[in-house]
Design a protein around this ligand. Structure first.
Ligand code: HAM
Length: 414
């Protein structure tokens, strides 16, 4: 028997209902904020991700699903931002639309060691606002993320916020860290000792308590931020306060992808344990230019759908409550009922039937299991009278209704 690849999931029909609801609510919120959907391919040139996320980023170093094709190296996308920026440039959206607000829903792939909330194929619901450097759009994007969480009815999350500053500030922060840590390397965890060489910023958000102690003693605060970046960050905070969005400034939040500049944020949910980020995002003001596009600022975020569903209180899967189930008794009724089934569906009424020639009792059980709202029974008797027996599964009432009136009758009641 074949089995799923570890870290992948079969999303079975009972669960799909929850997924569709989340997606539907998201689309409504995105529409309200005037974001339109984009669907880039899931496979891209691997170099796109090296360039965008940084060749020393963990995702690039260890987690890419790579596919070799003759001289080309493709990657299953580990995230959406790089693909969307590529699509923005390749399709000249800067020239046709200028500032764009896009959203996406789809699978991402990372070759991680699977555990609770950490999968190899997972899904993002994300947004990218490309083409504006103003702090107003940071406020909009964070408030959009917050609104999504409220509409999804997720409680108990925390928004952590920080500013990494511009490229110069990031270099400054890197230099402060290198200088401050050079005599303390042996006090760091083995992973941070490696990070010291290529990814020193990541030491800031290491979960190891000894590393955290070392970093705290450096007392960095926002010393590395230039005046412009400080002022940008202040405006973002003022905007969020005006909208009464709860957030916490976290000077140790750095994010694992290289493209970030200025505002970064992460949304955490304690109930998840080690993998507690349900979503994250930030500005990437240099990425569009670095990938060959115009010099425009951008910001976005992505939520991990599987993690959202882990923290969402389980709602039992609901049947639509709109299904009509047809039961036919006898050959003549059978021949007739397939036409009726078709007419119901033509009229936009969800309809199903028993395909296994079950007894009336067995077919009624199937109708019940399918969550039917009405059951129509047609036997030779009903056919003679040109009528159908209709059972309302909610009230238990039964009545005979003429075939010519049945569709209008059901339409009025469903
Ligand atoms: P990220 O933090 O790598 O950011 O991923 C965003 C979210 O995806 C995480 O907060 C988490 O909920 C979920 N996630 C990540 N990896 C996994 C996994 N292996 N299994 C399950 N869920 C996972 C980005 O990807 C950026 N592109 C976000 C962004 C958009 N920044 C700007 N625009």
């Amino acid at each position: 028997m074949f089995k799923r690849i570890p870290g992948t999931k079969d999303i079975l029909p009972a669960e799909v209902v929850g997924w569709q609801k989340l997606e539907h609510l998201s689309r409504e919120v995105f529409l309200a904020y005037n974001y339109t959907e984009i669907r880039p391919p899931v496979i891209e040139d691997a170099v796109l991700f090296d360039r965008s996320l940084g060749e020393f980023a963990e995702v690039v170093q260890k987690q890419m699903f790579l596919i070799k094709n003759q001289d080309d190296l493709y990657a299953l996308r580990p995230e959406g931002t790089a693909s969307i920026v590529r699509a923005y440039i390749e399709n000249s959206l800067d020239k046709t639309s200028g500032f764009v607000k896009l959203y996406y829903i789809g699978p991402m792939f990372r070759l991680e060691r699977p555990q609770k909330g950490r999968l190899r194929q997972f899904h993002h619901i994300g947004a990218e606002a490309i083409g504006s450097a103003g702090p107003e759009i940071d406020v909009e994007v964070i408030s959009l993320a917050d609104r999504l969480l409220r509409v999804w009815k997720i409680e108990g999350y925390k928004i952590k916020l920080n500013s990494l500053g511009c490229s110069k500030d990031k270099s400054e922060l890197t230099a402060i860290l290198r200088k401050g840590l050079e005599n303390k390397i042996k006090n760091l965890c083995p992973e941070c000792q490696v990070r010291f060489e290529h990814n020193v910023l990541r030491i800031l958000d290491c979960k190891n308590t000894e590393c955290q102690e070392v970093v705290k003693n450096l007392d960095i605060q926002d010393k590395y931020l230039c005046q412009d970046c400080k002022s940008h960050f202040e405006k973002v905070k003022i905007g969020l306060n005006a909208l009464k969005i709860n957030y916490e400034v976290s000077p140790y939040l750095v994010r694992g992808l290289d493209y970030y500049t200025r505002t970064v944020f992460e949304i955490k949910h304690e109930s998840l344990g080690a993998q507690d980020a349900i979503g994250a995002g930030g500005r990437y003001d240099n990425l569009v230019k670095e990938l060959g596009g115009p010099d425009v600022g951008s910001i976005g975020f992505a939520f991990g759908v599987e993690r959202l569903l882990l923290v969402k209180s389980e709602e039992p899967a609901q049947k639509s409550g709109k299904l009509v189930f047809l039961i036919n008794l006898g050959d003549a009724a059978k021949a007739y009922s397939y036409g009726l089934l078709n007419s119901l569906r033509d009229a936009g009424i969800a309809a199903d039937t028993d395909y296994e020639g079950k007894s009336l009792k067995g077919a009624m059980r199937s109708a019940d299991a399918a969550g039917a709202r009405f059951v129509l029974v047609i036997g030779d008797n009903e056919l003679k009278k040109n009528a159908v027996m209709v059972k309302d599964m909610q009230t238990g009432n039964q009545e005979e209704i003429g075939l010519e009136a049945i569709i209008d009758n059901l339409k009025g009641r469903i």
